[in-house]
Design a protein around this ligand. Sequence first.
Ligand code: ZN
Length: 316
Amino acid sequence: MTKNTIILKAKQIKQQQKTQAETAARERAAALEQNAEYKANAANIVTVQIQIAKNLAYKKPVKTEQALLKVLETERTQILKKLKVNPADLEPKYTCKICKDTGTANGKYCKCFTEIINKELNALSGANLNPKNTFANADLKLFKDNPNMQKAYKLMDEYCKTYPHTRSLIITLVGPVGVGKTYLVEAMCNALITRGFVTSFLTSFNFNNTCLKYHTTFDENKFTYLNSLLEPDFLVIDDLGTEPMLNNITKEYLFLVLNERLLNKTPTILTSNLMPEELIERYGERVYSRISDKQNATIVNLGIGSKDRNDLRHKK
Ligand SMILES: [Zn+2]
């Protein structure tokens, strides 16, 4: 599935939600028409509304009609009350109140739309992003003894706000287990999803598996796997170094994906418990040359007390 196919699918889903909400509302209204009093009132309201429109077209006064409409509307409220019907139930109940299930708001994709895209991408990659892990929900007090982590949260928050205007196309966040790397990258993904960007979050295990599938599939689905890594606006590979090292796959495709995304100027974020020298040892010079490239990449040490601290600020 390519990004365009996913977008098309998301559009179909929104269209379906919209139709469903509107059909259900029409059906609820039609059911009410069984009631003679309601039906008569509804017909009167339409007649007066038409009269108002006509008068306006001929520049005639509408004061009497507007007063009558008000009376009819009050009557309607009373009838609905008697029938124990909530007036809001006659309106379509859209899945998304912001865009009324059109999928766009203020000239761009609505949040609900990018959420669908993200879900599809996650389904494809097998990842499970927690939507509650956001910068706003992050408790920086947890890092009161780790200034590197506090600084990283602020810088990454800023990074996501100004994305895609960034020079850091490959960011590698290194630090010990439990320092909070995964929460940080999930917050980044959620921030960008909210801004309408297509993001993909993968554990290194799932990344490895996706590459394995690409490598070993020889049908029409083959490129689906590679495209799911190359096409997202933003790709996270979490916990690099915990995946099994597969011959001809792990190192090779990590390089290919980093390199292709670099050429496309779409950022890739890596997290790892490994320190830079261990990353060179495991993935080789070629991969390391990409993640340590001074022009386009940044390695951020989130641990404390390490010698090879490479501060993000050098890139600002
Ligand atoms: Zn929406």
